[in-house]
Ligand binder design. Structure first.
Ligand code: CA
Length: 299
């Protein structure tokens, strides 16, 4: 039986079996040293590869060659849109079952519209409150490689981004809360009358290729909103820059697209002698290269 399955970055996987097979996305990155504005770089990447670079996790960043990148930075495919959404720092969608990515346990009257209240703390009662990301709080890290101790309460007072940097260095990331059971386990780590940062944050940045990836790797005081486009610096941290500045840039090519193209060529050969209806159906499917996952956003 013919089936299709969305992978974590919204790419379409095609197969001929009843059992779904998950395909890990593998983006290939290309550094272009020619100096261009963000818009020019975007055009170049779309014409030559897939788009400006999208990142889904720290593994993607690890594969980047940044020898030629300076603190001035190189464009990546992230830009400010003015539309704010809540995201979990841990971006891998395979980590969340249906609906879990939207789990929230807001306290009464939260989230409020206070200025720059773009990061979230959990109270000792297990409820979420949004707060300024620069406010210092204790925090809870999640370790995907340590089933016996998945959650660790850290009693340092860090900003949200400082906390995230600590969690990414020693664990996996700031903790995601996916359901009531996890909410209770995480709440139990917070001392009475205390608060702790969790991995929920709000921003108005979106990827050039419409990827839903919530992965961000901001430098400590970023984004500072001096500019609406994003550059990756020599240490692989990100900062906002004026979009008209001339910079080198990173493009990417989605292996998903290469796979789709390969499948298209093969199937065209197979189907050329088959019925025209089957051919049309397959052509439609094969032309849907990357689809939106609309449930990833929560305004
Ligand atoms: Ca608040």
């Amino acid at each position: 039986m013919f089936y299709s399955l969305l992978t974590t970055n919204g790419c379409l996987f095609l197969g001929f079996s009843t059992a779904p097979v998950l395909q890990q996305s593998m983006n290939m990155y290309y550094f272009v040293s020619e100096l261009k504005t963000f818009a020019e770089a975007q055009l170049y990447c779309r014409a030559t590869y897939t788009d400006l670079a999208t990142f889904e996790n720290t593994d993607d960043l690890d594969t980047l060659q940044t020898d030629q990148v300076t603190y001035t930075g190189a464009w990546i495919g992230l830009m400010e849109t003015g539309n704010f959404y809540w995201h979990w720092a841990l971006a891998d969608r395979r980590f969340y079952k249906d609906g879990e990515i939207k789990y929230r346990n807001w306290a009464a009257f939260e989230p409020d519209d206070g200025l720059n209240q773009d990061c979230v703390i959990m109270t000792y009662k297990g409820q979420f409150q949004n707060t300024n990301c620069l406010d210092p709080f204790n925090f809870i890290c999640y370790d995907v490689n340590s089933p016996e101790q998945r959650y660790t309460y850290i009693s340092f007072l860090y900003t949200w981004r400082g906390a995230q940097r600590h969690c990414r260095l020693y664990y996996t990331d700031l903790v995601s809360v996916r359901n009531l059971d996890e909410n209770n386990q995480i709440m139990d780590l917070i001392p009475t009358l205390g608060f702790a940062y969790i991995g929920l944050f709000k921003d108005d940045f979106a990827w050039s290729d419409s990827s839903m990836s919530s992965f961000r790797n901001w430098d400590l005081l970023q984004p500072d909103f001096l500019g609406e486009c994003v550059a990756l610096t020599d240490n692989k941290f990100w900062k906002t820059e004026l979009c008209g500045k001339l910079k080198p840039f990173f493009c990417y090519r989605s292996e998903c697209l290469s796979f789709t193209n390969t499948m298209c060529a093969l199937l065209t050969l197979i189907i050329i002698s088959s019925s025209s209806i089957m051919y049309s159906v397959l052509n439609v499917i094969l032309n849907v290269k990357c689809l939106d996952l609309s449930d990833a956003y929560d305004q």
